[in-house]
Design a protein. Structure first.
Length: 310
């Protein structure tokens, strides 16, 4: 393998790979983007840059080469120096192309100019995602065509055409007018009847509501009032089985202890936002200590005593 291959392997796992006496390759993660002019979608990737000031050996590249080729660390470091010397000799006369990394050249000031290669995406989470070109969506604009209506001159009846109108047409026209008037009258009648029914129903409903509001219910033999005094039972000593970040885990522990016969309960959330679950609680300090010692011997050495009123 060449030095370029080892650098490429490490760029998948690390954000910076330093080549001693040459410089460091630094990656920066960039999100997905789209080129609206070429209609190209680009997957998330690592942007590769070069920093000539990072030349101190951090041991990452040399150790990787030594373990891969089964050679000593010093031998791997010598191989790196030889490869770097070869790169510098090439750059004196022409541009240097490093496979899957990029191209180097030297400007008039003697500084390195680095052009990264775009053939490999070093972001492992984007493995298998390639650039995608999508054709532009053409939206067809439909223009409404206005149809021009031609003006038609009305035909006025003449005396001759009036005299030639058949009699049955006159009778048919008269019948149509009478039918229309009769239909209109019937519709108005039905509408009036419907309105009268609605008004009558509303009046009856109002009367019923008024009767209900005025009604008075009298119980001849009322029952005597009962006063209940309920005293909340509190305890001061609690044998703690555990404190849980997730309330669901506290519920599971509670069910587990109840199945084993313990009078377990959830005490609530403490100041560290942990839900506490107890084996049992008591108002007697001696009873609580005896129960705790028994649980430590037989069930769990992690049980402990909490003194607080619950």
């Amino acid at each position: 393998m060449t030095l370029a291959t080892y650098i490429s392997d490490l760029l998948y796992r690390y954000e910076c790979v330093i080549v001693p006496n040459f410089g460091g390759f630094v990656t920066n993660e960039i999100s997905a983007k789209v080129n609206h002019f070429t209609h190209t979608f680009y997957a998330p990737s690592k942007q590769l840059t070069f920093n000539a000031n990072l030349q101190n050996n951090d041991g990452l590249l040399a150790n990787y080469i030594a373990s891969s080729e089964n050679i000593s660390y010093s031998k791997a470091l010598d191989n790196i120096y030889k490869e770097v010397e070869s790169w510098e000799n090439i750059l004196k006369n022409e541009a240097l192309s490093i496979e899957n990394i990029g191209t180097f050249s030297i400007n008039s000031n003697g500084n390195y100019i680095f052009e990264p290669a775009n053939t490999i995406n070093y972001l492992t989470s984007s493995f298998g995602l390639n650039n995608y070109n999508s054709p532009a969506i053409k939206r067809i604009e439909y223009k409404q065509k206005v149809k021009q209506l031609e003006t038609i001159a009305p035909v006025l009846p003449t005396k001759e055409s009036t005299r030639k109108t058949p009699a049955f047409i006159k009778y048919a026209a008269s019948a149509a007018i009478l039918f229309a008037l009769g239909t209109l009258g019937w519709n108005e009648y039905q509408k009036t009847e419907y309105n009268n029914l609605v008004a009558e129903s509303e009046q009856q409903q109002q009367q019923v509501e008024k009767t209900i509001q005025e009604a008075t219910f009298v119980i001849a033999n009322p029952l005597p009032a009962i006063t209940l005094n309920v005293t909340k039972q509190t305890y001061n000593y609690h044998i703690i089985a555990g404190a849980f970040r997730e309330p669901l885990n506290a519920e599971k522990k509670l069910n587990e202890l109840v199945e084993k016969g313990y009078n377990a309960k959830i005490l609530g959330v403490n100041k560290w936002n942990l839900t506490q679950v107890s084996y049992a609680s008591s108002n007697s300090k001696n009873e609580a200590i005896n129960t705790l010692n028994n649980i430590k011997r037989t069930i769990s050495k992690d049980a402990w005593l909490l003194v607080k009123e619950y």
